[in-house]
Design a binder for this molecule. Structure first.
Ligand SMILES: Cc1cc2nc3c(=O)[nH]c(=O)nc-3n(C[C@H](O)[C@H](O)[C@H](O)COP(=O)(O)O)c2cc1C
Length: 192
């Protein structure tokens, strides 16, 4: 079972800490898990040249997305995580989303894949959920990827430079349990 995790934070922070913990949990169950840190990748912005992708069902930009497209195709499941920036995904995660439109254009059947979606933010969870819904309802649903678990986690790190406080500030006492549950849901849904 291959799980691909995609991290939308432009820094080494809470999102990455969550993905590292999930990686341990997924690997313990016997799954392969690769983490892609978008901030380390060269990903050009979608320039809307739809005549090309509509005709060729592919993107003509030859940057790091070429390999990422392949990894998306071959993975069974995904973990998508992005910080909440103004109730939206970060710019780099949005660039990733827009470039994934080739799966929509090519009508790629993603119905057998499964995803976990997580957002982190400084606000209360119901506010961060607006960003979460951007990813679940707008991105995953449009591409036809079923979401089996989703969660917003609160951090205190807004612009303060604490890079791992989602686990440490006491705001998420049950975070370990929640991550275990999400890893379970993903694993079970793919075993069926
Ligand atoms: C430009 C910017 C905008 C942000 N806007 C929001 C926001 O609207 N709501 C919120 O809850 N947190 C907001 N935050 C805080 C981040 O979501 C929060 O610090 C999060 O933990 C960052 O994730 P990371 O540690 O994985 O980078 C913002 C942070 C930045 C830098």
């Amino acid at each position: 079972m291959k799980i691909l995790s995609v991290c939308g934070s432009p820094r080494k922070g809470n999102s990455e800490a969550v993905l590292l913990r999930l990686k341990q949990l997924l690997e313990k169950k016997g799954a392969e898990n690769e983490i892609i840190l978008l901030r380390e990748k060269k990903i050009e912005r979608c320039t809307g040249c739809v005549e090309y992708c509509n005709k060729n069902l592919d993107c003509h930009k030859k940057d790091d997305m070429v390999k990422i497209f392949e990894k998306i195709r071959s993975a069974d499941g995904y973990v998508f995580i992005t910080p909440n920036y103004f109730k939206m995904p970060t710019g780099i995660f949005k660039d990733f989303i827009d470039r994934c439109s080739i799966f929509y254009t090519a009508q790629t059947n993603m119905s057998g894949k499964r995803a976990i979606v997580i957002t982190v933010g400084a606000d209360v969870e119901r506010e961060i959920d607006v960003c979460l819904r951007n990813v679940t309802d707008n991105f995953c649903k449009t591409l036809g990827i079923p979401v089996v678990a989703k969660k917003s986690f609160r951090s205190k790190s807004e612009l303060k430079g604490n890079y791992n406080d989602i686990f440490e500030n006491g705001l998420n006492p049950d975070i370990e349990k929640q991550l275990e549950k999400m890893a379970d849901e993903l694993f079970k849904s793919l075993k069926k």
